[in-house]
Design a protein around this ligand. Sequence first.
Ligand code: UDP
Length: 236
Amino acid sequence: MARFKRILLKLSGESLMGAKGHGIDENRLSEYAEQIKEIHDMGVQIGIVIGGGNIFRGLSGASKGFDRVKGDQMGMLATAINSLALSSALTAIGVKTRVLTAIRMEPIGEFYTKWRAIECMEAGEVCVFACGTGSPYFTTDTGSSLRGIEIEADVMFKGTRVDGVYTADPEKDPTATKFDEISYDEVLSRGLKVMDLSAICMCKDNGLPIVVFNMDVVGNLKKVINGEGIGTLVHP
Ligand code: UDP
């Protein structure tokens, strides 16, 4: 029996690059799909938001002269590409999926509503939520907070390439230490880069706990779901 009925999993687009440095690494993609299948087999209802940073980010586009809104729309389309890739990899290993998009683009995916998402998850499908919030000036972190709250997820799992929340960036500061748990307020007061501000604030205001963990180590998703003490829990 799984500890959670329904979860929101946030995956970074950047991690999908794997060793490639750009685009989609097929090995990383199939590792992600296998890990998701493992927890789906445990009976957990799963909604997924995947970023688009491996393809395009509006903010970096703006620094190169792109219109910010058009750049963000390009970023949202990038998340749709990644969502299709993930959905395809899951389907290939026998997991039924449903791509729900925040921007109308049938037949690429169905237009998102909370009720359609819940209906699909209750029927055993993994829902992949594409196009973030559907609006510019947001990120997929905020998109995941929003979807997590809307679908009444028990918890949001944020899969990253570090194994939790640290006092400083562990890739830059060797003295940084990891928190096993931390409050939303402490994340905010210490200015820790767990997720962007709007995403953290939404989780805080609506009581959605976040677990940050390293998704790039195969088997970790099952471990965090089972509460095996990896990652960092962010809560009230
Ligand atoms: N984006 C947006 N609105 C949203 C979600 C995403 O405009 O609600 C755009 C934004 O330009 C962002 C890009 O899509 O940079 C890709 O998402 P993100 O940077 O969150 O991807 P990740 O860092 O997780 O790979």
